[in-house]
Ligand binder design. Structure first.
Ligand code: EPU
Length: 337
């Protein structure tokens, strides 16, 4: 019998690198996941593949999480608790919320990926993070195969970070998330983000709805961020670095136009997109990998199948920013090896 061809991951990662793995299997429900983890405990888990960079061929089998289901599990006068299967597409879930007039995730419209990945990096955009509405994360423990519930307050959620990137990395697989959403007449609209206000300014006379916010966010994202199906990418490749006020105070003397957002009393966040842009790298390209022409935070793949080429390009960008501003920018994307 001839040697079995390896499975190729190209269509399971949105930056479309073409490394291989031992096998690819689709997971349809929790029992299925449990059985597959029992047979292949070393499996690598992929959701929507929109926040990963694979940099070499993988020895392990890959499981694609595809369980489905959105269910209201509890409610009171003002809110509902909704349980969402990890394999649901995030934006399709947001559309479901808009259809049922449930508020809390409208600012997170059009974020790529599946629901199970959302708490891992605490997805956030336009003034909202999933930590604002997350109540529980349901997981399978990879060692014991037991199902567990982790309360949101035990998830160590912070800017683009959580316990799932540290203590629980490779220890659990997320099967469901539970969010608390507001019922009609109890929505808290988050309009502080300048671009949203600008988009909504034409609606002055009308009462703003969660549907209006979602439409504004979709419009902003479609203008600012490249669609991975046209130009493969993983959204923000880097996190916005957080630096001490005393370092910022020195930098701003030399770079008075440097934007910053307060994190707490001692620290500020600097947009990595601004740092890359002002280092002269917007639109910069080496071979098939480049910085997007209108959003410097996004690395785009013009045709390479090799994730290592993308990693090396990103390291070059890190060095250039460090040389120009003395600030280290870390990848936001999860680098799989
Ligand atoms: N900027 C530039 N040049 C650029 C990009 C940005 O000068 O090429 C400047 C902008 O002018 C602005 C500042 O940087 O003053 C911030 O830019 P923007 O509002 O576009 O947001 P961001 O910090 O670049 C973050 C998230 C995005 C999220 C937006 C909106 C991170 C790493 N990224 O981007 O998240 O959509 O805010 O809230 O925190 C993602 O995670 O994949 C993602 C797209």
């Amino acid at each position: 019998m001839g040697k079995r061809l390896p499975s190729i991951l190209t269509s399971y990662n949105t930056i479309r690198v073409g490394h291989s793995c031992r096998s690819i299997q689709i997971v349809h429900n929790t029992a299925d996941l449990s059985a597959k983890l029992k047979d292949q405990p070393e499996s690598i888990i992929i959701g929507g593949g929109s926040n990963i960079l694979i940099i070499n061929d993988l020895e392990q089998p890959v499981l694609i999480i595809n369980n489905k289901g959105i269910e209201i599990i509890d409610e009171d006068e003002t809110s509902v608790l909704v349980q969402i299967a990890a394999g649901e597409i995030w934006h399709e879930f947001v559309l479901w919320c808009l259809e049922h007039n449930l508020g809390g995730v409208e600012n997170l419209s059009l974020i790529p990926g599946k629901c199970g990945a959302a708490p891992i990096q605490n997805i956030g955009a336009y003034g909202v993070e999933i930590s604002d509405v997350l109540r529980e994360v349901r997981v399978i423990d990879r060692a014991s195969l037991e199902q567990r519930v982790i309360k949101a307050e035990d998830c160590a959620l912070e800017y683009r970070n959580s316990i799932f990137k540290h203590e629980l990395k490779n220890k659990v697989v997320i099967t469901h998330i539970v969010l608390k959403l507001s019922k009609p007449d109890h929505h808290k609209l988050r309009l502080s983000y300048g671009a949203i206000q600008q988009e909504l300014s034409s609606l002055e006379s009308k009462e703003i709805t969660i549907q209006d916010i979602s439409r504004a966010v979709v419009k902003i994202r479609q203008t600012k961020l490249p669609d991975p199906s046209d130009l493969p990418n993983v959204g923000s490749f880097f996190k916005n670095p957080i630096i001490e006020n005393c370092i910022y105070d020195k930098l701003v003397v030399r770079h008075p136009d440097m934007p910053s957002y307060p994190v707490d009393e001692k620290r500020v966040k600097i947009p990595a997109g601004w740092l890359i842009d002002k280092s002269g790298l917007k639109g910069y390209r080496i071979g098939d990998v480049g910085i997007h022409v209108s959003q410097a935070l996004v690395i785009v793949n013009h045709g390479t199948t090799d994730g290592l080429e993308i990693l090396r390009f990103s390291q070059f960008i890190q060095r250039e920013v460090e040389r120009t501003y003395g600030i280290h920018i870390s990848p936001e994307v999860n680098i799989l090896t």
